[in-house]
Design a binder for this molecule. Sequence first.
Ligand code: 5CA
Ligand code: ZN
Length: 409
Amino acid sequence: MYAWPASEVPALPGQGRDLRIHDTATEGLVTLDPGPVARIYVCGITPYDATHMGHAATYNAFDLVQRVWLDTKRQVHYVQNVTDVDDPLLERAQRDDIDWVALAEKETALFREDMTALRMLPPRHYIGAVEAIPGIVPLVERLRDAGAAYELDGDIYFSVESDPNFGKVSNLDAAAMRLLSAERGGDPERPGKKNPLDPMLWMAARPGEPSWDGGSLGQGRPGWHIECVAIALDHLGMTFDVQGGGSDLAFPHHEMGASHAQVLIGEFPMAKAYVHAGMVGLHGEKMSKSKGNLVFVSQLRRDGVDPAAIRLALLAHHYRADWEWTDQVLQDAVDRLGRWRAAVSRPDGPDAEALVEEIREALANDLDAPAALAAVDRWVTRQDTEGGTDIGAPGVVSRAVDALLGVAL
Ligand code: 5CA
Ligand code: ZN
């Protein structure tokens, strides 16, 4: 499907830096050394409700990854999916008595608007689960032919025991995995499974639910993890640089994806770094569509909040931290945006070359956006207190903030 328009990314003077980022699998920082084309897969939305601040924070993190790479003059091959058929989407459509396709289209369209307003750079390939089905079916068949999948009442499950590296993405013990499997779309209680954690690869058609021709798999629809594996392998190939998402995707989603790829390709890991953003909460609980404690990007925009302020509110938190959305967070961002805009509209200021390097250094260091904001704050304060005679400096600051942080001043 189509994505959304890209905003301009100004070229900056000097040299970009290679990204050092936290990898969940090795539980440490890795310095990525992509070739001339960096490859990243970011798990996309399940479009049954509008984009909330948690989604926006996660996509902001991976937008920064892209901007750091672009600053090193690399191209970025960015792929994102849309889980446009899955249980929660079908359940919401049924609850609201609307067509599931119309619901998915409506929420995906709103997501595109929100991403555009927030100046998130679009993926090169934006792929829906439904359109990926012709690529998913042969992968499930291959897993079955390799003895890594089995049938249970017409549904086809992946056997986690077929992967010697199972567990190496999320590094959790068995009890934690079992708990999270139940919470996050798995069915550990279903009788007849070889291992309670085994995820579904292909779900046989259910009455009243959409289904597709799965060839030798029968009529049905794809499981969640194989969706992302099929799209990633098709568009990026094995061993791409980053697979990204919120921390709630480490297990089971990214763990199972790595397992599917291990059996299909015979290699681990599928991504050189598994990068996970912290969870944004509201009123003490993780913001989630299922709980309904949500602040929507589109609602804030409707209320007249400048999307650049929303973006600054996200950037004020380290991507790996769990944090709370509050009115104060937004107010602080609105105030900061006002100060920055006033500063870059002045005719001159202190030299900004060192500032560009500070922003680069902060982002290259595990995407430390709060440190980048603090560096800009310091330049703004210096301009205010000491003045400065560099007539090019406000323009340099404005271009650096745009190119590296995605905020148009
Ligand atoms: N379609 C799947 C991924 S293939 C999915 O998880 N969709 S989602 O709509 O539920 O979430 C989209 C992205 O937002 C995921 O990366 C998820 O980890 C992230 N996310 C969801 N809630 C939050 C939150 N409260 N804070 C931060 N990130 C969140
Ligand atoms: Zn995914």
